[in-house]
Structure formats: C-alpha cells, structure tokens
Design a protein around this ligand. Sequence first.
Ligand code: 5GP
Length: 185
Amino acid sequence: MSRPRLTVLAGPTAVGKGTVAAWIREHHPEVWLSVSATTRRPRPGEVDGVHYHFISGEEFADMVRRGEMLEWAVVHGRASYGTPRRPVEEALEQGMLPLLEIDLQGARQVRTSMPEARFVFLEPPSWQELEHRLEGRGTETEEERAVRLETAKVELAARDEFDVVIVNDDIRRAAEELVSWMGSH
Ligand code: 5GP
C-alpha cells in the first residue's frame, strides 16, 4: 500500500466543515484530525486541545516565526488560525490518515508546500441553503455575517481547484463519503 497522504477539507464559510469534521472525530478513530491553533475565543462547549488550541496573538506569532505552522491565515479579518506542522508530520510518519479542516487560503498554502496532498471541497446544496445556515448560526453580529457571506461567495468559486467536490446535504452522508474517498485514493 502506498504511504498515506494528507487530506485537506475546505469549502465556503458556514458550509458545515466543522460539523462534518466533528462527526468524523466521533465515528472514525482511524482518521487523525488535526487540531488547529487559533487566537479567537472559545465558544461555549469548545475544549482547549480538542477543538482548537486557544492561544494568544503573541504565541501565534512566535509559532509562525519559528516555522511551526504548516499553513496559517487570518480568517474573516478577525482571528488567526493555523495548523501546527509537527503533529501532522508525525501522523504521516505513523501511517495514520490525517485530515485538515481549514479555510481556502490555508488549503492553497498546503498545495504549495505539500503538492502530494489531496484536496476536498465541501459544497452547500444551494446558495440559499448556505445563506440560511449562516443566519441560523446566530453567533455573529450582522456585520460579521455580511463579511462571512461575502467571503463565502468568493470561496464558492474555488471549487474547480479541488480534486473532489462533496455536497453537504446531510452531515453523516457527506462525512461517510469523505472517509470512504480518503480510504480509496
Ligand atoms: P470557526 O471560528 O468557525 O471555528 O472557524 C472559522 C474558519 O476557520 C473555518 O472556515 C475553518 O475552516 C477555518 N480554520 C480552522 N482551523 C484552521 C486552520 O488551522 N487554518 C486555516 N487556514 N483555517 C482554519
């Protein structure tokens, strides 16, 4: 069998990447899910070290300076998010199936630094559905939502850059399609 390759899951904002990733975390222990570092505050129910490593802006900048991020980006002009490089390399060395759930800017950086990775685009069933999900989340202000919507429009146009497109019509179905695709490619 060939060496496992890194899989990157990206897609427009609010498409449900995080929810699909959470489903995989719970149901597919054979998939190794990267834990990103972020400077944003934890939401209720989020656990440090499980959902994210919640760190300060200073700590984040230090990690970037030391070359410890595989990729990183400022998302929605608000907070920094990045993938710590070492755990990903270790997961690859140990033959695990690593999965990164990141934004489009980060996916493009991984394509440059790890061209052998595979890229999966998660798409909403329709634009209306995406708008609806963005409103339903209720964790952002009106202004933040407008910024996210604008970002989502640009991000939707990027689907052609990806190896495969998965429609998130149902979390469980989309997650299963992703895991089975990871196992067969
Ligand atoms: P949230 O704040 O809702 O958890 O995530 C906001 C956005 O940040 C999502 O689109 C998510 O994919 C992205 N994101 C999470 N972790 C990373 C990361 O390590 N790198 C990059 N580039 N984006 C990330």
